[in-house]
Design a protein around this ligand. Structure first.
Ligand code: HPA
Length: 247
C-alpha cells in the first residue's frame, strides 16, 4: 500500500474515499492525526495529515518519529510526502510542482533519529541520496501520463520555522545551492530512511521565497493559500494516477 503525508494545503486527499480511520499509538508518542485508510479507483492508500486534521501543529512541533512509526505499521511500499515550499531558483514560481532530489538540513532541536537511548548501538544510515530514485520515477511517470508538469531536480533546504526566512537568509541558502525552502522535509526523510521505507517528496511552490520575485516586499500569506488550493488538485491527480495505473 502507498502512504501519503499531506502538508499545508492538504489536510485530506480530495477524492479519496476514506473507509477507516485508525489512531496508532507509538513508543514515540502520538502521531499528528489518525491514519486514514482509503481507496482510489479500487486501490488502497493510507493518508496522514502532517500538521494534524485541523492544521494546528507547526513544523517544529510535528512528532516526526511518531508519524513515520505509525505509517510503518502499514508496511507501506513507499511514502509520498507532499509539502509547500518557497521558490528560490528563478524558474520556480507560485503553483509550480517539483520533486526534490537533494536536501540541506538547517533545522535544529528536533528528534531526528530512532537510533538513540541506552540500548541503541551507534548507527549511521547512508543518506547520499535522500529520496528514493524508483519512487521519484513513478511520480514523474504518473505526472507525465496525465499531462501535469513537475520538475525533477531541486535541492530542498529545510529550515526551522515557523517564521519565514529573511531575504539575506534566502541569499545564503541560494549560495549554498538550495532551489526551494520548506520547514518539514527534515527529519521526515531521514526517519523514513532509518525505517527502510522508500520516500520521495512532491513540493508545491506556494510563493517566491523572501526577497525574490513578487515577495520582494514580503511574502503574502493570503496569496499563498489560494495557490496551494489549486495546486493540490494537481498533486491529488498525480497520486491517483500512481495508484490506478500499472506503469
Ligand atoms: N519558506 C519556508 N517554508 C515555506 C515557504 C517559504 O517561503 N513557503 C511555504 N513553505
Amino acid at each position: 500500500m502507498l502512504a501519503v503525508i499531506g502538508g499545508s494545503g492538504m489536510t485530506r486527499l480530495a477524492r479519496l474515499e476514506v473507509v477507516e480511520r485508525t489512531q496508532v499509538r507509538t513508543p514515540y508518542g502520538e502521531p499528528s492525526a489518525a491514519l486514514s485508510f482509503g481507496r482510489f479507483g479500487g486501490r488502497s492508500l493510507v493518508f496522514l495529515a502532517r500538521h494534524g486534521d485541523e492544521h494546528t501543529i507547526p513544523p517544529h512541533q510535528v512528532n516526526y518519529r511518531a508519524n513515520l512509526w505509525a505509517l510503518r505499521t502499514c508496511a507501506p511500499v513507499g511514502i509520498v510526502a507532499v509539502a509547500a515550499v518557497g521558490g528560490i531558483r528563478s524558474d520556480l514560481g507560485p503553483g509550480d510542482l517539483v520533486m526534490p532530489h537533494q536536501i540541506i538540513d538547517y533545522t535544529w532541536g528536533r528528534e531526528s533519529t530512532y537510533h538513540q537511548g541506552p540500548l541503541s548501538a551507534v548507527t549511521h544510515v547512508d543518506f547520499t541520496e535522500p529520496y528514493d530514485r524508483e519512487l521519484r520515477q513513478r511520480i514523474g511517470a504518473a505526472a507525465a501520463a496525465i499531462g501535469v508538469t513537475i520538475g525533477g531536480v531541486a535541492v530542498y533546504a529545510a529550515t526551522q520555522g515557523p517564521r519565514l526566512e529573511t531575504a539575506a537568509e534566502i541569499d545564503r541558502l541560494e549560495r549554498d545551492g538550495a532551489d526551494v525552502v520548506g520547514m518539514t522535509g527534515m527529519p521526515e526523510a531521514v526517519l523514513a530512511r532509518e525505517l527502510g521505507i522508500p520516500y520521495a517528496a512532491i513540493n508545491v511552490v506556494a510563493n517566491h521565497a523572501a526577497g525574490r520575485g513578487d515577495s520582494r516586499q514580503g511574502v503574502s500569506m493570503d496569496a499563498l493559500h489560494a495557490v496551494l488550493e489549486e495546486a493540490m488538485l494537481r498533486v491529488g491527480a498525480i497520486i491517483e494516477r500512481m495508484l490506478t495505473s500499472n506503469d
